[in-house]
Design a protein around this ligand. Structure first.
Ligand code: PLP
Length: 423
């Protein structure tokens, strides 16, 4: 029986609703269970009522080293004791840049920013500047931030604004294609390459579903971009440092022209990066293309990047994460079978998608529409009740701190949640 109480969270929510619209500071959180957390350590969270949670949301991905990692906290606190932003260069920038380029080895240069949304815009701007073309190709279900030219909802293949107040005409900057369909890219570029500056994609579609590229797909897109003089942008905000130290580019052996990073790069610290080849990045340096930001490459951000990437270099966690992810994926499937529910688990062990439904396999956004999203939503809410913190959209992330005790706890709690769900 679940005897958890949530009185303090309910009270915090009541007050939050008075202070801020919807009681949240990011719209993504509007649909999440209303829990107020007091602290986190490693793979665990504790709410204001003292309930514990095994965390597989990781703050939407950033807490790759778990919560409050000692190694990161020490470096960042030490650096921050010397100040934060100086309106000029600080001594933490070069080490962070070196650590980044030693890890993302295909890139020549890096520019740090503050959010994934922002560096995506810089990438698109650079591509336009280089090619003199305006449009970009993107893919259904891929998320590239919340600004007007990239925030869409797609209904029956037709993209439209996902928010009131969005300038609808900005969506005409992009051509929306189906992911994992190389022919669609080939046809679009054959007909319209003179208008297209860039192709931007999540190398593994992770924001809705966890859909890996079909064999040969990324290679094919790379070849087409080269053939038509189009800039290939990998949006590695989720995949960067998570799928491999060098991100999806390393894991799949396909090199983009530009790539954007955030989340796992700095273990929870708000910092993002744009990386690219020298010829593309050059126009930021001449000032021809503008990218600015008061907080870019702040002392704390750079210290967090250096500490995170040093941790990846000194103790590569990928084999451990994969083992944990595989065991968890197997355990979830087994529990689904035992409870007689069509629980689907798909993706890579460090970032996989859990859903209810029959389609096998899910390869694009259209397939995802056939899943029972409401049922998963109810499941996620029950998981929160039982002490498992996951995203309502079904993506589960594994950190370097998830181990045997977490596996045991999560499977026991998922068992309890499924029991409630099928009652
Ligand atoms: N690109 C991808 C692939 C993302 O997953 C996200 C955020 O989830 C973004 C861009 C936007 O990043 P941010 O939330 O840091 O602005």
């Amino acid at each position: 029986m679940n005897l958890r109480a949530f009185d303090e969270s309910i009270e915090a929510r009541r007050r939050a609703l008075e202070l801020t619209p919807g009681g949240v500071h990011s719209n993504v959180r509007l649909s999440a269970p209303n829990i107020t957390f007091a602290r986190g350590k490693g793979a665990w969270l504790w709410d204001v009522d003292g309930n514990d949670y095994v965390d597989y949301l990781l703050g939407q991905g950033p807490n790759f080293f778990g919560h409050a990692p000692d190694v990161l906290n020490r470096s960042v606190a030490d650096a921050m004791s010397r100040g934060s932003v100086f309106g000029s260069q600080n001594v933490y920038e070069n080490p962070a840049g070196e650590a980044f380029l030693d890890t993302v080895r295909w890139a020549d240069q890096v520019r740090f920013g503050s959010s994934g949304t922002e560096v995506v815009q810089v990438a698109l701007r650079l591509a336009r500047a280089l090619t003199g073309r305006d449009k970009f190709i993107r893919f259904e279900g891929h998320y590239h931030g919340w600004l007007d030219n990239v925030l869409v909802k797609t209904v029956n293949g037709i993209p439209s604004p996902a928010s009131k107040g969005q300038v609808e005409s900005h969506l005409t900057d992009s051509l929306m294609l189906r992911f994992n369909d190389l022919e669609a890219v080939e046809t679009a570029l054959a007909h319209r390459h003179t208008e297209v500056a860039a192709v931007i994609l999540e190398p593994v579609m992770c924001n809705i579903g966890a859909i890996p590229p079909r064999p040969g797909y990324l290679e094919g897109v790379r070849e087409l971009c080269t053939r038509y003089g189009v800039v290939l942008i990998f949006d590695e905000v989720v995949t960067g440092f998570r799928l491999a130290a060098g991100g999806a580019a390393e894991r799949f052996g396909v090199v983009p022209d530009l790539a954007t990073f955030g989340k796992a790069m700095a273990g929870g610290w708000p910092v993002a990066a744009l990386a690219g080849t020298a010829d593309l990045m050059e126009s930021l340096g001449t000032g021809a293309v503008n990218h600015s930001g008061t907080f870019n490459a702040s002392v704390g951000a750079c210290a967090a990047v250096s500490a995170s990437l040093a941790a990846l270099r000194d103790d590569p966690p990928y084999a451990r994460i994969e083992a944990h992810g595989h065991a968890l994926m197997r355990g979830l499937r087994e529990l689904g079978r035992r409870h007689g529910v069509p629980l689907r688990v798909q993706g890579l062990p460090m970032a996989f998608h859990v859903s209810f439904g029959d389609p096998e396999p899910v390869t694009n956004y259209e397939d995802l529409q056939m899943l029972d999203l409401d049922r998963y939503h109810r499941f996620a809410a029950e998981l929160a009740n039982q002490g498992v913190w996951v995203a309502g959209r079904g993506v589960w992330y594994v950190s370097t701190t998830h181990a045997e005790p977490e596996l045991e706890a999560v499977l026991e709690r998922v068992d309890g949640a499924l029991e409630q769900l099928v009652r």
